[in-house]
Write a protein that binds this ligand. Sequence first.
Ligand SMILES: Nc1ncnc2c1ncn2[C@@H]1O[C@H](COP(=O)(O)OP(=O)(O)OP(=O)(O)O)[C@@H](O)[C@H]1O
Ligand SMILES: [Mg+2]
Length: 526
Amino acid sequence: MSSATPAATTTKIYGVSQPISLANPTPQDLSLTCSLLQELKSFGSFEAKEETTKRIQVLQFLNVTVKKWIQGISAARLPNGKFFEAGGQVVSFGSYRLGVHSSGGDIDSVVIAPRQVTRTDFFTSLKDILIRNPNVKNLNAVEKAFVPIMTFEFAGVDVDLLFARLDLAVIPDKIDLTDDNLLKNMDQKSVRSLNGVRVAEKLLQLVPNRESFCMTLRAIKVWAKSHGVYSNAMGFFGGITWAILVARTCQLYPNASPSRLVQKVFYVFSTWNYPSPIVLCMPTRERSDMLALDNLCWGRNHADRFHLMPIITPAFPEQNSTHNVSRSTMEVIKKEMADALVICNDIFEGKSDWKFLFEEVNFYSQYKHFVVMKLDAKKEETENSYGGFLESRLRVLVGAFERNRGIKLAHLNPKKCQPTSKAQSIWFIGLEFDEVVKNMDLTREIDNFKWNLNVQAKQIAGFEEVELDISYVKRSQLIKYLPAAELKKGRFFVAKGSSEDNKENAGGLKRKCGDPMASVASKKLC
Ligand SMILES: Nc1ncnc2c1ncn2[C@@H]1O[C@H](COP(=O)(O)OP(=O)(O)OP(=O)(O)O)[C@@H](O)[C@H]1O
Ligand SMILES: [Mg+2]
């Protein structure tokens, strides 16, 4: 490190001072960053060049189509509109905009339209133009949603398209969508639809080094997916939440290389004092402007106080990105991060490697009791729609188990299994009972959940044929649902001193267990 630069400084967030480390990367950090990149490639984090080219073409085509569509509407609706250049564009956000999408991922995008074009136009004339295009498949429009959306496949690429109408007659090509003044006079659905773009732009503006941010986020995403802690709908963290955590770490360690940043993400957030909110540091003037704009900022709302791990988006109107996190998912996320920190520390001590960090963990080896949800939808398309609906409700069942005093932990595995056909799916919840519990009857929770689910499903067409079986099983009975190979996949969890679990550890790598927090506590921010 240069002697001219101080080793550490502080930043204030919500009045709390936080140290920033200015340490530069060591040769070991750089060499571990090279091996990290190699490992990310082997775990399929990067898409092939042809796929990237295709995505660019898809976005270019959508942009041209949308500009023409807006021009046509403006010509008809504005006086002298024929000669009017109304502009408008399609802007991407989400992981594609952040530059961290992997093969097969969707493109989240939003149409930015001038005031003479309405949401009704979006769901009628633009939808018609898209449906008529032979490259467009499976178009689905959800007009009544909280954030109205059209989803479709364009030349094999999944596209999510939103609509935001600005209070401007002309949308210039170089418009700064992070400008809060644009939100004045916008309808709430447009504000919500524009939010993803504003959040992505803000994230990219606020990180000190984009390249390091992207590579670190890629690593965290690979890890989170293989450890079953990547799903906003099921109460874990989604892409945006992990992006905020990585961005915050980049701010705390502005000169660190990705290998060190990965370790620091786990260090900072496995030891975080939840529910203190995690917010990105931004220029003071900007934050006070945001607060002045609206009183409805995050934290003032009564319901916000009950969030367990608040992780706040950086663009106005600020939102907590983790409202689905429950007591159990919080425990699982914290434990996974603490375990990951131990592995990262081992990597830096030369005792482990990235492969071990990213390796899938065997979910079934962690519990002795399970609830199995088996969906038989008869047809693949019904499985897709009902399965998505069910996945968005499963955290309600977890919540019911959490309210049962005999249950210490209800761990829903976000990964669904399809051992027989694409029309059938199975999800598992691992249960940890209180030591004093001798017998557990879960009938009431399961029946209530099924009853409510049926009431909601009846309002959605095509769900009548579906069969859903929810039942309790012991670990030894899992073989009835899954092939032995699936049950043996990944690294096994071995409870400390458990001879029974050792017997069941059929050849998988043993997972480090014990008290990972002990080593966390002894490490200082450096
Ligand atoms: N819980 C949430 N809170 C706030 N914004 C969200 C939330 N979930 C999604 N979004 C917005 O929608 C965008 C797209 O969501 P999506 O789930 O596709 O995540 P992503 O970051 O694109 O990651 P992935 O690679 O999984 O697609 C996010 O980047 C974010 O702006
Ligand atoms: Mg996405």
